[in-house]
Design a protein around this ligand. Structure first.
Ligand SMILES: *[C@@H]1O[C@H](CO)[C@@H](O)[C@H](O)[C@H]1NC(C)=O
Ligand SMILES: CC(=O)N[C@H]1CO[C@H](CO)[C@@H](O)[C@@H]1O
Length: 732
């Protein structure tokens, strides 16, 4: 680590004793797995037991897969690494030499992502504790909406009050909506200044909301800024309009000052040209446009990219990130710093598992130990050069100053120049979307971009401060959650099936463990088939009395018992370590099952359809607002079914099937003493317990979130069939 007192950050491994215990577990569990495989291979039933033979081979396949997958997951558990920063050293040494930073905020649709939410994010990042003349904020509006533009214009005015207010009162968090909501509850904050700023904010908010409700910007407002002329052409739609760049605050201007005479950050609105004939490449396309526009206007050496629903919760995060980039010894190795993502609307027991807490508290520390985390699309600081395709060069100095062109050009010249860079045709026959900027053609453009940056030799950093850097909004219904996971797992699987497959593309470029870790995410979707096997075929074997596991008094029972119990204990300990309650862990287990049953199978099917050229990639934005009833049920932690989707039908059917088979299994145990079926019985009972909310939604609940009756009928019908048919066949 070199001279400890000069470094701008430090690195710590996991606790030694824990590491030893973990490694003991991992080795013994692996030995257990090998024994299980050996048992399966040496005890295959003979050909005359046809049904049992096939069921056996199936479960052998599932166990092989899960064993293999378990090995992949060890990559992120082997060497957890945490980072801590020394911001005071950074400030002391570099206060005057801090680099320019460009912040990109992306929004896509003013109805799904309300303009007030978007500008709250924008204001929170404008108010970073950082020299404002070095800060530029860019909003990319893929909705091309004048409402969003209007909201940003309002925000640019409000910033003149908000920034000094934040500075003076050391406000945290610097997202006005959240700040006023949190401080309304306690009287300490309510100074005259507070009241004045709050009412200014509330007035702005109501003006924007009124315009949104009306669907257009009031005429008196339109007159106040030349930018509205961009929307004078009535034929323009979100999918068909010219390029728009409006520099709302030009940091070089004399007048770009807040109410106390301090400089304001530059603020730019951008909507790239859209034409129906041109594929726009979703968020990756927007990000690449932002890269070009910003290079013309401010050309910051560091880029922060946040989603419009993810406000900054910590005004120091910028300095934290720079501690990594500016470290004299190691700084030049890092391409990006991924800050942990957290969500501010997670309920106590997190019924949909949307906090992704285990990922941020376990996986990502592990990733940092083997070369660096994935780029996950929001809350990430990039070195502009590496995002632009530059290869890592061990001899380069940690240089974070990029030359700024156009310092003399006036604002409207800059705007015109920038517009030409975001025309539809601009990227034709260029490396954009391939070697330059974010990659195109994949629903998880961020992951694949991060991978290729790491394959160019760069490292990345995972930073998880105790006070979170960014807070976002997580989906609050089951359907939204399942759809989101379908998109992620599908994108990841596409990467695996493409030329960027981590095991091939990464070979020789990144560590084997990092290849494994990437593969672990890429192979989420295929995990659905072995899981379906356990949840559907296993209960049927129980029903038919086909034994697939060694009996309790058989010596071969031991490896099964050992692997299953230690793995579950380990998972519980991991969850407790991340601050979970038992209930929350249990909810996570349920979502683990639901995703594999109802989300991933669709991802696999769609990926194969795409490989065969049958359908094009589509990008569904998950809604960020929900109606009152739904939100209320979410807060009560009641699972939301409520619509007749195929996803729910699968869930209801497995739930009913397992219930029916469990009854039959218990019958066998009581009447026939079917002790050989114990493992299957336990597995089936676990699935039934996990599904309790599903039974509730089918038979007990009366509210709008209950299971639609068509789904209930179909699944009950299936369960009855399952109970009747096999019994006659096997003649029991
Ligand atoms: C967000 O910031 C506030 C203070 O501004 C802090 O109290 C809170 O714990 C932070 N949230 C998270 C999740 O860290
Ligand atoms: C957008 C949204 O649904 N936000 C909700 C997140 O959860 C909190 C509390 O759980 C609600 O107050 C928000 O309305």
């Amino acid at each position: 680590m070199g001279d400890g007192s000069r470094a701008l950050f430090e690195t710590k491994g996991g606790r030694k004793l824990n590491r030893i215990w973990y490694k003991l577990y991992a080795f013994s569990a692996f030995a257990g797995l090998c024994l299980i495989w050996a048992y399966r291979a040496t005890h295959i039933p003979e050909a005359r037991e046809r049904g049992r033979r096939w069921a056996w081979i199936g479960i052998f396949g599932a166990e092989l897969w899960f064993g293999f997958y378990w090995v992949l997951t060890q990559a992120v558990r082997w060497n957890p690494t945490r980072r801590f920063t020394f911001k005071e050293r950074l400030t002391q040494r570099y206060q005057d030499k801090l680099p320019n930073v460009d912040i990109f905020v992306c929004t896509a649709d003013p109805t799904i992502e309300p303009p007030t939410m978007v500008i709250n994010t924008v204001l929170s990042v404008m108010a970073y504790e950082y020299p404002t003349e070095k800060l530029s904020v860019y909003l990319s509006d893929d909705g091309g909406s004048e409402l969003t533009f209007y909201a940003l214009l309002e925000a640019s005015r409000f910033a003149k009050t908000w920034l000094p207010f934040c500075r003076k009162h050391k406000v945290e968090p610097r997202c006005p909506a959240t700040f006023f909501e949190e401080t309304s509850k306690d009287g300490n904050h309510q100074s005259v200044d507070w009241l004045a700023t709050k009412s200014l904010y509330k007035e702005m908010e109501s003006r924007i909301d009124a315009a949104v409700k009306l669907g257009k910007v009031p005429a008196d407002q339109r007159k106040q800024h030349k930018g509205f002329s961009e929307w004078s052409c009535s034929a323009a739609t979100p999918r068909d309009h010219q390029a728009i760049v409006q520099i709302l605050i030009d940091g070089r201007d004399q007048e770009a000052e807040d109410n106390e005479g301090f400089k304001l950050p530059t603020l730019v609105y951008m909507a790239r040209e859209k034409r129906p004939t041109h594929h726009h490449n979703f968020k990756a396309g927007a990000m690449n446009s932002l890269l070009r526009v910003s290079s013309e206007i401010s050309n910051g050496a560091v880029i922060l990219n946040v989603d419009c629903d993810m406000y900054s919760n910590n005004s120091q995060t910028m300095k934290d990130a720079l501690c990594f980039f500016m470290d004299e010894e190691k700084g030049h190795e890092f391409a990006y710093v991924q800050v942990a993502q957290t969500f501010n609307n997670i309920t106590k027991n997190d019924i949909y598992g949307n906090s992704l807490r285990l990922m941020s508290e376990v996986d990502f520390y592990g990733l940092d130990g083997v070369g660096g985390p994935l780029y996950v699309g929001s809350g990430c600081f990039h070195r502009r050069e590496s995002l632009m395709g530059k290869k890592y060069d061990a001899n380069s100095k940690p240089q974070l100053e990029l030359r700024r062109n156009n310092l003399e050009a006036n604002t409207s010249t800059l705007e015109e120049k920038a517009k030409s860079l975001i025309a539809c045709r601009y990227e034709d026959n260029t490396e954009w979307g391939k070697e330059m900027g974010l990659k195109y053609g994949c629903p998880v453009e961020d992951v694949i971009t991060g991978l290729s940056i790491q394959c160019r030799g760069w490292k990345s950093i995972y930073f998880n401060p105790s006070r979170m850097g960014f807070l976002g909004v997580a989906p609050i219904t089951l359907a939204q959650t399942l759809i989101q996971h379908k998109r992620w797992s599908e994108g990841d699987l596409q990467i695996f099936c493409s030329e960027y497959c981590p095991l091939i593309f990464g070979h020789g470029k990144i560590k084997l463990a990092l290849q494994f870790a990437y593969s672990m995410y890429c192979l989420w979707a295929p995990c659905s088939f072995p899981t379906l096997y356990y949840a559907v075929v296993l209960p049927v074997t129980l029903l038919r009395g086909i034994s697939l596991y060694p009996s309790v008094n058989d010596i071969w029972f031991l490896p099964f018992a050992y692997v299953i119990t230690t793995t579950k204990i380990c998972s519980l300990l991991e969850a407790f370590g991340a601050g979970y309650t038992v209930r929350r862990w249990w909810n996570e287990q349920r979502m683990w099952l639901f995703k594999r049953l109802a989300s991933y199978p669709f991802a696999v099917v769609d990926t194969f359809l795409k490989l065969l050229g049958a359908s094009n990639s589509s990008f569904v934005i998950t809604a960020k607002v929900a109606d009152g009833e739904v939100a209320k049920r979410y807060e009560q932690e009641l699972m939301e079914f409520g619509s007749a989707s195929l996803m729910f039908t699968i869930l209801a059917m497995t739930a009913m099937l397992n219930f029916a088979c469990l009854i039959r299994g218990v019958q066998r145990l009581v009447w026939d003493g079917g002790i050989g079926l114990l493992v299957q019985l336990v597995a089936c009972a676990t699935v039934v317990l996990i599904n309790i909310p599903v039974y509730g939604a089918m038979f007990l609940r009366k509210d709008g979130g209950r299971m639609p009756s068509s789904v209930t009928f179909a699944s009950v019908g299936l369960a009855i069939l399952a109970l009747v048919i096999p019994v006659q066949q096997s003649g029991v």
